[in-house]
Design a protein around this ligand. Structure first.
Ligand SMILES: Cc1cc2nc3c(=O)[nH]c(=O)nc-3n(C[C@H](O)[C@H](O)[C@H](O)COP(=O)(O)OP(=O)(O)OC[C@H]3O[C@@H](n4cnc5c(N)ncnc54)[C@H](O)[C@@H]3O)c2cc1C
Length: 462
């Protein structure tokens, strides 16, 4: 049976694009686990949507499970692979098909890396606003499949808000293509939304039309120190109102996180002293460098005078902006502090974050195996990350930590995943964020689109 599938795949897309044996073991299933060889039946590398369709028709016919591999940067076990599964990677489908500045869209194949989309937009005087730390590896297929968020959701929304058209291949090989460049299209169900955020369980995303915005002429950043969480909320409202729509990022760091990200081996020294309870890094993208800078400075001064913030350092140059944002984007110094790591991306109502997260951290430190708890996140979106360092990695400890983080979220209407998705790691906690009726409807959809359960089986739903 395995031989039949492999030879059917080879005769469809050619021997050199169906990897088996040692060629499979040279690969891996996650960018952080490159030393662990991939164990899969085969890796298939289609070059066109038609080839993806033919590959899936064969897998459907043989009831063969497949796992999609994009840039392999997801943080939920989404690309974990069983030895009996076939990996489909769209890395050969990496063309930027068109940049259309008049229509403000860019059309890409799913294997294009996010940073390349950003650069192509920039070359055409435009901005593709989606931005996060893994931009140099994440591919648009994976980004769309996870509905990624990141640093500018506050202003431009999640990936979902930036996808205008989409092409996907269903489990049986049918191609569903709606590659229109329309911002508004209310002709019945918006089917592309089914695939965005479905983590490869409902279809394989092959191409997309993405929304661009005009490139900003000015960028201003500042790092600020605050003495209470109430002031963080007040500062967010104050700056958002004062900047009249140009506030693009508003990132919070607790003091221990700020410290680890600004002391060696971190590459950046601390722009502000280690004496504040909260640190906010904010960014404004505007159109008039001089006026924007004066307005931003005036607002910071007013916030200082009113006691909303205790201290502020504005970035004086492009170099400063890079330096400040490296603090927030380069999580490596934090990760290197942890013997074993468990990380979270929870969502909760903005006013409750201070109280709930501080209590959560206190409860986590009651667990003797926990050595570090770092907290930070996109507070303007109500999204907080926890990176937990612990001295071992047993299943019981993982569950105990999950329980302490997720349980408080139910009562306050929070979510177990703000942006990373569910994958394998969070599927047993889905009931905390979703009702049983919602989960049942998800199962109905999955069954209807993938009746043989061949697409990323075991991810999101059992
Ligand atoms: C340092 C770092 C920082 C990060 N910061 C953020 C952040 O700020 N915000 C955020 O949202 N995420 C963040 N992430 C998580 C990750 O980068 C995103 O989830 C990203 O969108 C995954 O893209 P990928 O190409 O690596 O997908 P992969 O990891 O390869 O795959 C992700 C999921 O999508 C499926 N998939 C992949 N390609 C396709 C396709 N063509 N069609 C259908 N399904 C597919 C996979 O099977 C898997 O389930 C971060 C990760 C790292 C390592």
């Amino acid at each position: 049976m395995k031989e039949h599938i492999i030879s059917a795949l080879i005769s469809t897309i050619g021997e050199n694009r169906v990897l088996t044996g040692s060629a499979v073991r040279e690969r891996y299933h996650h960018v952080w686990l490159m030393d662990q060889p991939l164990n899969a039946l085969a890796v298939v590398l289609p070059r066109t949507t038609q080839e993806v369709s033919e590959v899936l028709s064969i897998c459907h016919e043989y009831h063969q499970p497949v796992v999609m591999h994009g840039g392999l940067t997801n943080l939920v076990g989404g690309t974990e692979t069983q030895p009996s599964e076939i990996v489909i990677s769209l890395e050969k489908m990496n063309a930027i098909e068109e940049v259309d500045p008049e229509n403000r869209t860019i059309t890409v194949q799913a294997g294009v890396i996010l940073e390349n989309v950003q650069q192509a937009a920039e070359k055409n005087g435009m901005l593709f606003p989606l931005n996060f730390g893994a931009k140099g590896s994440a591919q648009m297929g994976g980004v769309i499949a996870t509905n990624a968020g990141g640093l500018r959701v506050l202003r431009y929304g999640m990936t979902r808000q930036l996808v205008v058209g989409l092409e996907a291949v269903l489990a049986d090989g049918s191609i569903v293509s709606s590659m229109k460049k329309l911002i508004k299209d209310n002709s019945a169900y918006d089917l592309k939304q089914l695939f965005i955020g479905s983590e490869g369980t409902l279809g394989v995303i092959t191409r997309a039309v993405l929304r661009l915005v005009e490139a900003p002429n000015s960028r201003i950043s500042a790092l600020t120190g605050l003495d209470s969480y109430e002031h963080v909320v007040a500062f967010l409202k104050f700056m958002d109102k004062g900047l009249a729509g140009t506030l693009s990022s508003f990132e919070l760091m607790w003091p221990s996180t700020y410290k680890v990200l600004t002391t060696p081996p971190a590459s950046v020294s601390p722009p502000l002293p280690y004496e504040y309870k909260y640190y906010v890094l904010l960014d404004s993208l505007g159109s008039n460098p001089k006026q924007d800078s004066i307005r931003f400075q005036n607002l910071l001064e007013e916030a200082l005078n009113q006691g909303v913030i205790q201290d502020a350092v504005p970035a004086e140059s492009a170099n400063d902006i890079n330096r400040f944002w490296t603090i927030r984007e380069d999580v490596a110094p934090m990760v290197s502090k942890c013997r074993h790591i468990q990380q979270f991306d929870i969502s909760l109502p903005i006013p409750l974050i201070g109280k709930v997260v501080n209590k959560m951290v206190e409860d986590l430190y009651q667990i003797p195996e926990i050595e570090e708890v770092f907290t930070f996140g996109h507070v303007g979106d109500g999204n907080i990350h926890l990176v937990i360092g612990k001295n071992h990695q047993s299943e019981a400890l993982i569950n105990q930590i999950n329980h302490r983080v997720y349980q408080p979220l139910k009562a306050i209407g929070g979510s177990i995943s703000a942006e990373h998705g569910i994958g394998i790691h969070k599927k047993h906690y889905l009931h905390i964020s979703r009702t049983s009726e919602e989960i049942q409807l998800m199962k109905t959809l999955k069954k209807s689109l993938d009746p043989r359960n061949i697409l990323n089986p075991g991810k999101i739903l059992d």
